[in-house]
Design a protein around this ligand. Structure first.
Ligand SMILES: [Zn+2]
Length: 426
């Protein structure tokens, strides 16, 4: 059942995935090639999709006859055996990461074009993209010329690589990687790379890849600054940014004063669990940028929480609760994004290679595998069964591993188009 769902889901959302994988610009000496790029890249994807945990397991778990037949069905290439994990790594050492960026873009673009994600848009219009940085790898000794360094009193404590992610997030818990920027020093620069510098590089690429897409970026308080707003305005993106007093103290004071002057901009809602008081102020200006400010005070049995955001969406009585719901999805990049990728078998912080290029490629394969994984979990073929039958997603993919290595699924798999919808529930 699960292997069938895997084939059908992949085929439904990404019927050309194997073609995209096989058309990457192959860096190897063409005369000596035994395995196709698609064969090797699928093995890289299975490393994450099947939560193998380390690349050695490619050899130990996947070198069965049934797995080979399943892989052949998937790649439509005819190989005599499953490649060794060293061969996969050798290929990833040489492959330009941009090739995998392109594959991921084709995937996310296809999801958007087939309207699979339309129902999750904010105000039925904007795709919500959360941007945040996280730790990727840390080393005791210098690992490459571009490592960032953590220093204390002139002493280097450790070396590390960080990463900035843009993930399309939904209320149902999807966190789909759409763009990545590695936070590492470039060409041995003397000034350390940082999240904001990485954001400027990433924003340019995101705009190029999705020039027409209606986007609302969800950002933390680091981004509540004039230069960021200028970029967001230039690219015609909407944004919701966490607002802390320290980011723009004058604007913050202005908001508090204006709030008192507009008592009509207030709504109170209550349900069984909490009382929510919303207030807002329109049109605060900061160096040629105009934005609205939203405040939400929430009181429940144990807690009293206050949130403040700034946004260039036009806030009013009719949309404030929806906008606030969107704003609160920002933490999904932490939970459904980074935590899942670090702790649920994906091993994001594990150094799958020492080679700088391969490190990036493994990271990108993880992101692609994670997209496929989420579509299987949240797709209508399985969504309800995940909890009932498997208990958790981790067990579901353990079963998928078992099925793919011990049963030939391809023969019973039909290529007939089917309809798969993404669950509307978390
Ligand atoms: Zn390094």
């Amino acid at each position: 059942m699960i292997a069938d769902a895997f084939f059908k889901t992949t085929n439904h959302f990404f019927p050309k995935l194997s073609i995209w994988l096989s058309s990457v610009d192959d860096p190897r000496n063409k005369n000596k090639i035994i395995y196709s790029p698609s064969h090797l890249l699928w093995l890289g994807l299975f490393l994450f999709l099947l939560r193998l945990g380390s690349k050695r397991k490619i050899k130990y778990k996947l070198s069965t006859q049934d797995f080979l037949k399943n892989l052949i069905t998937l790649t439509a290439s005819y190989d005599e055996n499953v490649a060794h994990h060293d061969t996969v790594e050798y290929f990833l050492d040489k492959l330009e990461p941009m090739e995998l960026y392109k594959v991921r873009h084709k995937m996310t673009n296809r999801l958007i074009r087939m309207k699979a994600l339309d129902k999750f848009r904010l105000l039925d219009k904007y795709f919500m993209i959360a941007v945040d940085g996280t730790g990727h790898l840390a080393f005791k000794d210098r690992h490459c010329p571009n490592c960032l360094t953590k220093q204390k009193e002139e002493k280097i404590l450790y070396y590390y690589h960080n990463v900035l992610e843009a993930k399309l997030v939904t209320e149902t818990g999807l966190a789909i990687s759409v763009e990545t920027e590695f936070i590492v020093n470039i060409n041995g620069a003397s000034k350390q790379d940082c999240e904001l510098a990485a954001f400027y590089r990433m924003a340019e690429r995101l705009k190029k890849r999705f020039p027409q897409l209606k986007i609302c970026l969800l950002l933390d308080s680091l981004y509540a600054a004039g230069p960021v707003m200028n970029i967001l305005k230039k690219y015609k993106w909407k944004y919701i940014i966490t607002f802390k007093e320290g980011s723009m103290p004058d604007r913050y004071d202005e908001f508090l004063k204006l709030k008192k002057l507009c008592p009509q901009n207030e709504i109170e809602l209550s349900n069984d669990n909490a009382v929510q008081k919303y207030s807002w102020v329109n049109d605060i200006s900061h160096k040629e940028n105009f934005f609205d400010v939203i405040e939400l005070n929430e009181v429940n049995a144990d807690n009293r929480t206050r949130f403040v955001w700034i946004t260039n969406l036009d806030v009013g009585k009719n949309n404030i609760t929806k906008i606030t719901k969107g704003a609160r999805l920002r933490w999904k990049i932490e939970n459904e994004g980074f935590n899942v990728q670090k702790n649920r078998g994906f091993n994001l912080e594990h150094p799958y290679s020492q080679n700088e290029m391969a490190i990036k490629n493994f990271y990108l394969l993880l992101q692609i595998a994670c997209i496929i994984s989420q579509l299987i979990e949240k797709g209508s073929l399985l969504a309800k069964k995940v909890q009932k039958v498997f208990g958790s997603a981790t067990m579901l993919f353990e079963q998928l591993l078992e099925d793919l290595r011990t049963k030939f699924i391809g023969s019973s798999f039909s290529n007939k188009p089917i309809q798969i919808r993404l669950s509307s529930f978390p």
